[in-house]
Design a protein around this ligand. Structure first.
Ligand SMILES: [Zn+2]
Length: 373
């Protein structure tokens, strides 16, 4: 159940780089603001802070647009575009707005893979597109800032925007492992492992089909034939196994899902932190349905898992697990009802209705188990 030591080292290194970058950008922002303040007094400080926040939003948009354009240029198809928890998703030829979020990511541009075999799929430009877009806009902004240095207000605005973009570019392009792997890390893994290129193809294909309303169990079974577990050494290929496990859950093959989860822990598969935590939710859910409430409590009440559950208050799978735990382990129907109501509220905003249908069926299993009790 523990991350591998190379994953831990990579996470520590990622944190150090991010902190160093944040300090550096902080110094640049501070210099820009104090430069402008010396000419205009303290009043614009709030304005500059607000501009720093707006710059961050603009760079998230630019980043995802960069992925989108580079994807379209290399034959990918638009599936969804997310900024924070707002998702624009293409369904039946129309773009609709839905709600969804994933910790560790501020945005996400999902696309369907080009109609090519997985080993022929172009992936470099699609992955670099986001960071390149930040870089291509930030460098001219910094050059302009230097040109306009005689006008402190303009200098500060351009410098803040430029510095924010450079921070985005570096934290996305330099291979880092946070809660999820960044673009640079994904690219590095794909260049290194043939299996991760095939895994990415499957992941993109699955996302595209989910967006079209299909369920995992309705998809081509061949897509879920992941490579032998002992050969998996990167988080993209590891996510392939997560897809297979989720498919077992969708097919209500709980014993097989549990057995696969056990194998994931046994082989110490390098899952990303978010997927590790979500898989633990499924493991606890299966234990609850089988009446092993102590095992479920041990998983869900562990400190880091608790923190994770609190960080994902609007994630259907997390709410479903909490609902099952409240009803089957805590025998607290009032608390369970609160999770149920929250789930019902999320239903209309869910990006994938197929996913929701799957969740609804799993909730029925919980209710049946509660009746038997
Ligand atoms: Zn990106």
């Amino acid at each position: 159940m523990k991350p591998t030591s190379s994953q831990k080292n990579s996470r520590i290194l990622s944190r150090i780089i991010i902190y160093l970058m944040a300090i550096l950008i902080g110094i640049v922002l501070g210099l820009g603001i104090s430069f402008a303040r010396s000419s205009y007094g303290p009043l614009p400080l709030l304005l500059f802070l607000l501009w720093a926040y707006c710059s961050m939003l603009l760079h998230i948009l630019l980043h995802e647009t960069g992925h989108l354009l580079c994807g379209l240029l290399t034959g990918y198809r638009f599936v969804s575009f997310r900024v924070f928890s707002w998702v624009w998703i293409k369904k039946d030829g129309r773009i609709r707005c839905r709600r969804h979020s994933l910790p560790g990511t501020a945005g996400q541009c999902l696309m369907g893979p080009p109609d090519l075999p997985p080993d022929k799929m172009p992936y470099v430009l699609y992955h670099l597109g986001g960071g390149l877009a930040n870089l291509l806009i930030s460098v001219p902004a910094i050059v302009l800032a230097v040109l306009f240095r005689e006008i402190p207000f303009v200098f500060a605005l351009l410098m803040i925007f430029g510095a924010m973009g450079i921070l985005f570019a570096i934290t996305n392009l330099v291979p880092l492992n946070g809660k999820v792997a960044n673009d640079g890390m994904n690219l590095w893994m794909m260049r290194k492992h043939e299996s991760s290129r095939r895994a990415l193809w499957v992941q993109l294909k699955v996302n595209e089909q989910l967006a079209h309303g299909l369920r995992l169990r309705d998809m081509d079974a061949e897509w879920f034939h992941y490579p032998p577990l002992e050969t998996i050494s990167d988080s993209i290929t590891a996510f392939w196994v997560v897809c297979a496990e989720s498919r077992f859950m969708d097919e209500h093959r709980f014993a097989e899902a549990e057995a696969l989860i056990e194998m994931l822990w046994d082989k110490n598969i390098p899952l990303s932190e978010v997927h590790r935590r979500l898989i633990l939710c499924d493991q606890a859910f299966c234990a609850l349905l089988a009446g092993r409430t102590e095992q479920a409590a041990e998983i869900l009440q562990e400190r880091k898992q608790q923190k994770f559950l609190l960080s994902m208050p609007n994630f259907p799978m997390v709410l479903r697990t909490q609902y099952a735990f409240a009803l089957l382990a805590e025998n607290d129907s009032e608390r369970a009802q609160k999770f149920r109501e929250k789930l019902d509220l999320l239903r209309d905003k869910a990006p994938n209705q197929g996913d929701w249908e799957s969740e609804r069926e799993l909730l029925q299993f919980v209710e049946e188990a509660a009746e038997i009790k």
